[in-house]
Design a protein around this ligand. Structure first.
Ligand code: ZN
Length: 388
């Protein structure tokens, strides 16, 4: 299905597809980005650019938009207690090895936990409604970005907020209301800083509108309202509509900590150990400036080698300095990420092999075996979120 076509159809009727009760009650205004024309909702009258194109993107690095600081584990505890207080059941994560789906090796999103494939149809099995789940997801698609962009991981914790609208569950209005309150009340983010961007989601024969929410250019979550089945020429409303809100826990922690990259706040002890061991020259000002520039570079190109060059140019780093300072850091971040992915996959029963998903693991484990052994103790404490 052509996402752009669905988006342009939905955008012609924002009241039907995007305008939630919160936008009305808080006075959000709908705007079109003066650069790329995407539609977004904001309380900031002066804002004319979408989160991809704003001037102060990633300015939370070194200057978080909240006076609260939550590390990785605390960030989850905060999210969990908020949703539990609001009548959600907190469900333990599912394995990262997706044995209940023949078409997937690994769990790639929290909603996958509850999908059961019956022939050509996907049905949902929710253990509770509504619910929240800290689902570790494995994705090998953007692998060349891992360690480089400050925000890409091969494994990450997706905060899954899921609901079926019926007597217990809810639909769009309450979903966005809760996400907004989580950011403002719990994380202490000023409401002027929160921007919702109109988007759509399509897959597995169904589709719907979605609202991505951003703070200073960083996408924190995406609330998908799966509502229709079929395609644009012939579709009907699903018997069972689904709220599929997924947010990156790493990013929630990062935005409150304001470290140069999400890796620094999520892999803290691991990256510190490696940096000390290798003895990398770290000047936090230069590094912060470089990773802020990455955001701007990413808005202009998908090609990671161009992104690196552009970021260095904006941050005023010459090639020698980038090679000496940034390249080894990228290696450290990448290793920490790959190790975590292996710990999850292997502890959930996957084995490095020559085929399918096992191949990704084999490449990872051969690359980093000795380091993995050195770091075993720290790794186990780092993943305590999973094992407890
Ligand atoms: Zn834009």
């Amino acid at each position: 299905m052509d996402k752009d076509q669905i988006l342009s159809k939905f955008s012609t009727d924002p009241d039907r597809y995007y305008k939630v009760a919160l936008f009305e009650s808080e006075g959000f205004r709908r705007k079109s980005c003066t650069k790329c024309h995407r539609f977004f909702w904001t309380l900031d009258d002066g804002l004319s650019l979408c989160p991809d194109h704003i001037e102060n993107s990633y300015s939370f690095i070194g200057d978080p938009p909240t006076n609260k600081r939550f590390d990785y584990t605390q960030a989850w505890k905060e999210v969990e207690s908020f949703f539990v207080q609001n009548n959600h059941k907190s469900v333990g994560r599912y394995p990262v090895v997706c044995r209940w789906r023949d078409d997937l090796y690994f769990t790639i999103a929290s909603i996958v936990d509850f999908q059961r494939v019956m022939g050509s149809k996907v049905v949902f099995e929710f253990p509770a409604n509504p619910l929240i789940v800290p689902q570790t997801c494995l994705r090998f698609k953007d692998i060349e970005n891992v360690g480089v962009t400050g925000r890409h991981f091969s494994s990450f914790c997706m905060i899954g907020q899921h609901s079926i609208p019926n007597s217990q569950g809810y639909w769009k209005d309450r979903c966005v209301d809760l996400d907004f309150k989580l950011l403002t009340d719990r994380f202490g983010i000023n409401k002027q800083e929160i921007v919702f961007v109109e988007d759509v989601w399509a897959g597995g024969g169904s589709f719907g509108s979605s609202l991505e929410y951003f703070v200073r250019g960083l996408e924190l979550g995406n609330a998908v309202f799966t509502e229709f089945q079929g395609d644009l020429t012939n579709y009907s409303i699903l018997d069972q509509k689904i709220i599929d809100m997924g947010a990156g826990l790493e990013r929630f922690a990062w935005v409150t900590m304001g470290t140069p990259t999400a890796y620094d706040c999520c892999f803290g002890p691991i990256t510190k150990y490696m940096i000390n061991k290798i003895g990398i020259d770290t000047d936090s000002n230069i590094i912060s400036k470089y990773f802020m520039s990455i955001a701007k570079a990413l808005s202009e190109s998908d090609d990671i080698s161009i992104v690196r060059k552009t970021a260095a140019k904006i941050a005023g780093l010459d090639e020698t300095k980038q090679d000496k300072m940034i390249s080894p850091l990228e290696g450290v971040y990448m290793i920490a990420d790959h190790l975590r992915t292996l710990v999850f996959a292997i502890s959930d029963g996957a084995l490095p092999s020559n085929v399918g998903g096992g191949y990704n693991l084999r490449i990872y484990s051969e690359e980093h075996l000795q380091l993995w052994i050195d770091l075993a103790g720290i790794l186990i404490s780092m993943t305590s979120l999973t094992f407890t």
